[in-house]
Design a protein around this ligand. Structure first.
Ligand code: NDP
Ligand code: PYC
Length: 343
C-alpha cells in the first residue's frame, strides 16, 4: 500500500479487539453471524499486515453496500461439483470469502485426491486483498493461485473507456523453513483504494498511473476518480493480464465482467459483484520430493542476486510487530468505527 496511514499519533488496538469491533459493525448492519466473523477477521488481518488499501478504510464501503441493499449479508452459498476436480460456487449475491470458506474443505479434499482442483465462484462481492485467501493453502503445503475481477476503472492500453477492473491476482507457495512466499497485486498500476487514499491525503500519483476523463495522462488522483481511469501496469503486458483475469474470474465462473457491474440503483454501494477463480495444486505430485526446499533455494539465489526482499516479507514483519504492540489506528478512524458499531 503506497499511502499507509502514519503510525505516529495512532492508538494501538489489540488484534482480537479490532476483530471484535469490526464484527459488531457487520452484525449491526445486517450480516449473519458467520459472515460477520469471516469479514471481520479478513479486514482486521489486512489492517494488521499493513494492507491499508483494504483494511478498516474499507468499512464504510462495506456498510454502504449493506445499507443500500446491493449485497446480501445473509446469503447462503450453494456448492456444486462440476467434475472430480471442479467446484462451482454461487455466492448468491453475498460476500466472496464466506462462499469460498463454505466450499474450502471439499476443495482441499479434491486437491489431495487428484493433485489439482479449480474453484469457480460467481455472484460474489470481493472487497479485500487476496493474500488472506491464498496464504493458508501454502501453510498446508499447497501452491495456490487466485484471480478476482472488480468494477470498470482501468482503460486498456491506448484506450479511453474503462473496461477492466483493477483485477488482482495472488500466488502462494510453501517455502522450506520459512513463511510462504505470497504475492498479491492488482493488474493496474495501483489499486483503486490507494488512489482514493491519495486523494484524501492530498498526494499526487506516480507518473503513468492513470488518465483523466479525456484520456490524457494525469498524476491527480481526483482526475482519475472523477471520470478518468487507471492504466494497466506494464503497458500491453498488464493489459493482457487484466484481460485474462476478466476471462478467468468472470467469463469462466459465470460472474459479471467488471464493465457489467451496475450499482447505480444502490447509492452508497462500493463492493463489486463479480467472480473469483482458484487453482490449487499439490506440489508433491511433481515427484521431486523436495519442492519446498527447491523454492527456498530459489529465494536464496534471488536474494544473492540483489533483491532485498521477497513479496510478503513486509507483511510478515508488520504482522509480528502489530500482534505484539497492537494495530495502530488514527484516533478519528477508531472513533468512526466505534460509532458504526453503536458503541
Ligand atoms: P502492491 O503493489 O502494494 O504490492 C504487490 C505485491 O508486491 C505484494 O505482494 C507486495 O508484498 C509486493 N511488493 C511490494 N513492494 C515490493 C518490493 N519492493 N519488493 C518485493 N515485493 C514487493 O499491491 P497493489 O497495489 O497492486 O494491490 C494492493 C492490494 O489491493 C492487494 O492486496 C490486492 O489484492 C488488493 N486489490 C483488491 C481488489 C479487489 O477487487 N478485491 C482490486 C485490486 C487490488 P508486501 O505485501 O509484502 O508488500
Ligand atoms: O482497490 O482496486 C481496488 C479494489 C477494487 C475492489 C476492491 N478493491
Amino acid at each position: 500500500a503506497a499511502f499507509a496511514q502514519t503510525a505516529d499519533a495512532a492508538t494501538p488496538v489489540a488484534f482480537g479487539d479490532l476483530v471484535a469491533l469490526l464484527e459488531r459493525i457487520f452484525l449491526r448492519h445486517g450480516t449473519s453471524e458467520r459472515v460477520a466473523a469471516v469479514l471481520a477477521e479478513n479486514c482486521a488481518s489486512c489492517e494488521r499486515d499493513g494492507s491499508t488499501s483494504h483494511g478498516v478504510f474499507r468499512i464504510p464501503g462495506y456498510v454502504g453496500s449493506l445499507k443500500s441493499g446491493w449485497v446480501d449479508g445473509r446469503a447462503e452459498p450453494t456448492v456444486e461439483e462440476a467434475g472430480p476436480v471442479f467446484l462451482r460456487v454461487d455466492a448468491a449475491n453475498g460476500f466472496a470469502q464466506p462462499a469460498f470458506l463454505a466450499a474450502r474443505g471439499r476443495f482441499v479434499e479434491m486437491v489431495r485426491d487428484s493433485g489439482v482442483a479449480v474453484m469457480a465462484i460467481r455472484n460474489s462481492h470481493h472487497f479485500s486483498s487476496l493474500w488472506p485467501d491464498v496464504e493458508p493453502f501454502a501453510r498446508e503445503g499447497l501452491v495456490a493461485l487466485s484471480f478476482v475481477n472488480s468494477f470498470a476503472c482501468v482503460v486498456p492500453p491506448g484506450g479511453r473507456t474503462a473496461v477492466y477492473g483493477t483485477n488482482p491476482m495472488a500466488f502462494a507457495t510453501p517455502v522450506a523453513g520459512g513463511d510462504p512466499m505470497v504475492f498479491d497485486q492488482a493488474a493496474s498500476s495501483m489499486a483503486n483504494g490507494d488512489v482514493r487514499i491519495a486523494a484524501r491525503e492530498g498526494h499526487v500519483l506516480p507518473p503513468g498511473s492513470g488518465v483523466d476523463r479525456d484520456g490524457r495522462p494525469t498524476t491527480d488522483p481526483r482526475a482519475v476518480l472523477d471520470g478518468g481511469a487507471l492504466l494497466p501496469f506494464g503497458g500491453h503486458k498488464g493489459g493482457s493480464i487484466a484481460f485474462m483475469i476478466e476471462v478467468l474470474a468472470a467469463a469462466l465462473t459465470g460472474g459479471k465482467y467488471s464493465r457489467e457491474v451496475d450499482w447505480s440503483a444502490h447509492p452508497g454501494a462500493e463492493t463489486p459483484c463479480t467472480g473469483q477463480l482458484f487453482i490449487v495444486i499439490d506440489p508433491e505430485r511433481g515427484g521431486t520430493g523436495a519442492f519446498a526446499e527447491r523454492v527456498a533455494g530459489l529465494i536464496g539465489t534471488v536474494k544473492d542476486a540483489g533483491q532485498d526482499r521477497m513479496p510478503g516479507e513486509r507483511r510478515y514483519a508488520r504482522r509480528a510487530r502489530t500482534l505484539r504492540d497492537g494495530v495502530p489506528l488514527a484516533p478519528a478512524r477508531l472513533a468512526e468505527l466505534r460509532a458504526l458499531a453503536g458503541d
